[in-house]
Design a protein around this ligand. Structure first.
Ligand SMILES: Nc1ncnc2c1ncn2[C@@H]1O[C@H](COP(=O)(O)OP(=O)(O)OP(=O)(O)O)[C@@H](O)[C@H]1O
Ligand SMILES: [Mg+2]
Length: 380
């Protein structure tokens, strides 16, 4: 498929001339004659590159670039500013607005073409099997269901974003998504949409379109709440491909793997740098955690990648002591999360994560401790 270039210019002659030149070189062209049209055509045509004039009657090029960059869908689409305004100040303003490159008018067609090629070359996604992992991947998994895995994953992602970390949370629970509720986001179908695409289409740009940016700055890929979507986990290779791709798109990838040990989980845990198992202070859950760890090791996941955290949802004196649990598992717990049923309830009802809703609560402190630890690991 030819690469698509959106040319934005209020001067029809330039539009025609540049459009024809690029078309002859095999690019597909979309044109817009003002800023407003540029934004709507960008949204409808999803160009691979935007050639943007600065001086236009309605929205100028700077404003168009700023608005495009504010939308995660266009966060990484190359923008080449092409304009008669070529003073240093204009250039600086252009780069600040989000442009990747700047060319003064008039330009020799060969020079314009060289810039276009360079920008497209840089932004082109690598082959689906390749792509370099640049994030630290942390996978949360419950020794059993309902221990608070999603709650913790959500709060860690939000806490990381609050510390200006580039984080993506992926809720690997198609059909059983609740992170959207916890985050107050009402469009939780991104994961299902991606898991229905052929593997070779899972490139960063396609994935980016399904990510939602939470007000904290965390980008999230949410599982739907449509039970029939659960089957989408069946294609373990596709799930792994998606996770590997996500790992090229951020610095911290947080995975909510739910509980249980499916083929998809197995593949995903193998990609993770650290696996965090949630355990509650009950004998059978501790035994399940121990068995889960043994299973993981048997499948080749190194023991030093696996840690556990003690998540306690019940206020009860009838529970195993932390030291006993650590002895049974053979490792220290990296953090203890205390019961906070009222806060957990209010947070879920309001769609405001615990660490945001009540930053002074003890549980927020514990969640931040965990977050800081994971950030520090990422910086190692
Ligand atoms: N520290 C806590 N104290 C008390 N209640 C909590 C705590 N953490 C989470 N909860 C509550 O426990 C319930 C389960 O939480 P959550 O959905 O995060 O668990 P989960 O392990 O992801 O569940 P599932 O296995 O269904 O995916 C929710 O009602 C949540 O509000
Ligand atoms: Mg969950």
């Amino acid at each position: 498929m030819p690469e698509k270039i959106l040319i934005v210019d209020d001067d029809l002659d330039t539009l025609k001339l540049v459009g024809m030149m690029l078309q002859r070189r095999g690019y597909s062209i979309v044109a817009a004659i003002n800023g407003t049209q540029a934004l709507s055509k960008a949204a409808s045509d999803r160009p691979d590159l935007i050639l943007l004039d600065v001086m236009m009657p309605d929205l100028d090029g700077f404003e168009v670039a700023r608005r495009l960059r504010a939308d995660p869908v266009f966060a990484s689409v190359p923008i080449l500013m092409f304009t008669a305004k070529a003073q240093v100040d204009d250039k600086v303003q252009g780069f600040e607005a989000g442009a990747d490159d700047y060319l003064p008018k008039p330009t020799h067609p060969a020079e314009l073409l060289a810039h276009v090629k360079a920008l497209l070359g840089r932004s082109r996604p690598a082959a689906p099997s390749g792509g370099t992992k640049r994030s630290r991947v942390t996978a949360f998994i419950g020794a059993k269901g309902g221990l608070g895995t999603t709650t913790i994953a959500v709060n860690v992602a939000v806490g990381m974003a609050a510390k200006r970390q580039d984080v993506i949370l992926c809720e690997l629970r198609p059909g059983q998504g609740i992170a959207g509720f916890l985050l107050g986001i009402s469009r939780p179908s991104g994961l299902s949409a991606l898991l229905q695409k052929p593997r070779e289409e899972l490139d960063p740009r396609t994935i980016e379109k399904e990510l939602v940016t939470h007000s904290s700055g965390a980008r999230v890929l949410l599982g739907s709440a449509e039970p029939h979507d659960y089957v989408l986990l069946k294609d373990a290779e596709r799930v792994e491909a998606l996770v590997r791709r996500l790992a090229t798109m951020c610095n911290h990838l947080i995975l909510d793997c739910g509980s249980g040990f499916s083929a998809a989980t197995l593949r995903v845990l193998a990609v993770a740098d650290q696996v965090l198992i949630l355990v509650e202070p009950l004998r059978y859950t501790v035994l399940m955690a121990r068995a889960l760890m043994a299973d993981m090791e048997a499948t080749g996941i190194a023991r030093n990648k696996i840690d556990f955290l003690l998540a306690n949802r019940e206020r009860s004196s009838l529970q195993l002591a932390r030291s006993k649990i650590e002895e049974m598992i053979g490792k220290p717990a990296i953090v203890t999360i205390t019961p906070a049923p009222e806060l957990a309830f209010q947070s879920a009802e309001s769609g405001v994560p615990i660490v945001v809703r009540d930053p002074n609560a003890l549980i927020s402190d514990q969640l931040r401790q965990l977050t800081d630890r994971l950030i520090a690991k990422g910086a190692e």
